[in-house]
Design a protein around this ligand. Structure first.
Ligand SMILES: Cc1ncc(COP(=O)(O)O)c(C=O)c1O
Length: 427
């Protein structure tokens, strides 16, 4: 009571919203001046390499529509037909309670067959599903060992973990071994087990995870491997079955995850693995037990997308034709595109955040090119990363135009032109 009175007297109570207003968060802080342009831009018109931004056509390199399925006529028809037939509500309820359907089961079987696993479970969203799967797989006696550059959904899943977590340096097998030694020692004491988590393709750098080398460490250490292949599914491997297929080590991936948000150009995700572990997740993953089943149009639409992904290899061939032209052209013109071996194409330039802002504005307004810009703290200070995502529906003309534009902005950046407040604002 006394403390309460003192708090009122000293006026130390703070309203939650008042407090939040004082600290809007790292992105929110820039919200007012960037909203609608650098953040929350509206790309309008049919999804593809050419879309409208603020009333003008732009060449777009920022969508993970790798295979160009987003606006494929067969996909659009399947989505529309399914929406007309089922509506967006069916089936209602969580799958466990009342939301099961033959189409959900069929899609799971088709995905499992495609990635050569015994079984598969659908997830409503990749991010939320990943967090929930990590939560379901480990308890406080277990240790998670994960790559330092893991996607936010892995990091947030690991945050929920009540036991120890050890991070290893990005793709560094020596560092992984060190952490596995620590984890082994600890689990010998706790009676727990080890889960290693990494990605098939890292979405910022375009580097592939060293999955084959991680799998090889199973000879020496006892652990299970969980791979997030969001960017690898559909883009990597002879059939598009992902990074495990590409590296010839799919069998060593115990829990294989991908999302429908990229190559499949939709919403939803899945986990594939041995029947036992998929059934375990079916009965233990809170994000699926306590949430409504995926609506039928998304499930039927995903079946059509998977059918096209499997039966139209020219989609992946086109993606790689554009990828190779873009990456080859950039390298030939002296650009640093880092260590990518996948379609993700980061272009690294040196400059400050204000320069990045002016350069982006120039690129968008004067060259009509729209790509994602990544700055500190995602990349080191004074690095500007222009991230390009080639797709099967881009053309060689798009590539040539982009390389020409990039050469010009690189020259302007080096000449200090973006230092001036010449290009002041988009408003
Ligand atoms: C590596 C990775 N994992 C998971 C996700 C999340 O997937 P979703 O968009 O389906 O939530 C993303 C982004 O979409 C991603 O890039």
């Amino acid at each position: 009571m006394l403390i309460f009175a003192a708090a009122i007297y000293n006026n130390t109570f703070m309203d939650l919203f008042e407090k939040l207003q004082k600290n809007l968060g790292p992105l929110g802080t820039h919200g007012s001046e960037s909203h609608g342009y650098y953040m929350f831009p509206k790309l309008e018109g049919p999804i593809g390499p050419h879309m409208m931004f603020r009333g003008k056509e732009k060449l777009v390199w920022s969508l993970n529509n790798y295979l160009g399925l987003a606006n494929h006529p067969e996909v659009r028809k399947a989505d529309a037909d399914a929406a007309a037939e089922w509506g967006m509500a069916y089936p209602m309820g969580a799958r466990m309670m009342s939301g099961e359907s033959n189409n959900h089961e069929a899609l799971e079987n088709e995905l499992a067959d495609f990635v050569k696993k015994q079984a598969c479970i659908l997830l409503n969203f990749g991010y939320q599903g990943m967090v929930s799967a990590i939560d379901a797989l480990v308890d406080r006696h277990d240790v998670i060992v994960y790559d330092a550059e893991s996607h936010a959904c892995i990091v947030d899943g690991v945050r929920l973990h009540q036991g120890k977590r050890f991070v290893y340096r990005h793709n560094d097998m020596e560092s992984l071994e060190k952490q596995l030694e620590r984890a082994t020692k600890l689990t010998n004491e706790t009676g727990g087990a080890i889960l290693v988590i990494t990605e098939g393709v890292f979405g910022m750098s375009g580097a592939m995870g060293n999955i084959k080398e991680v799998v090889a460490l199973k000879q020496k250490y006892q652990f299970r491997l969980f791979v997030d292949d969001a960017h690898g599914f559909g883009t990597m491997g002879a059939t598009g079955a992902g990074t495990g297929e590409q590296q010839g080590c799919m069998d060593g991936i115990d829990v294989y995850f991908s999302t429908f948000a990229k190559s499949m150009a939709s919403i939803g995700a899945f986990i594939a693995g041995d029947k036992f572990i998929v059934d375990y997740l079916r009965y233990n993953m809170r994000s699926q037990i306590f949430a409504k089943s995926l609506p039928m149009p998304l499930v039927v639409g995903a079946r059509k997308r998977l059918e096209l992904l499997r039966t139209q290899p020219e989609l992946k061939a086109n993606l790689w034709k554009i990828t190779n032209a873009l990456q080859g052209g950039l390298r030939d013109n002296g650009f640093n595109i880092g260590i990518t071996t996948t379609p993700v194409t980061p272009v690294m330039l040196n400059g400050t955040i204000p320069e990045a802002t002016h350069l982006t504005l120039d690129l968008r307004e004067n060259f009509d090119i729209f790509c994602s810009i990544v700055v500190y703290p995602v990349v080191p200070k004074d690095v500007i990363m222009l991230r390009l995502i080639p797709t099967a529906v881009h053309t060689i003309e798009d590539v040539d135009r982009t390389i020409e534009a990039y050469s010009q902005i690189k020259g302007k950046l080096a000449a200090g032109e973006y230092k001036k407040d010449r290009i002041a604002s988009f408003a």
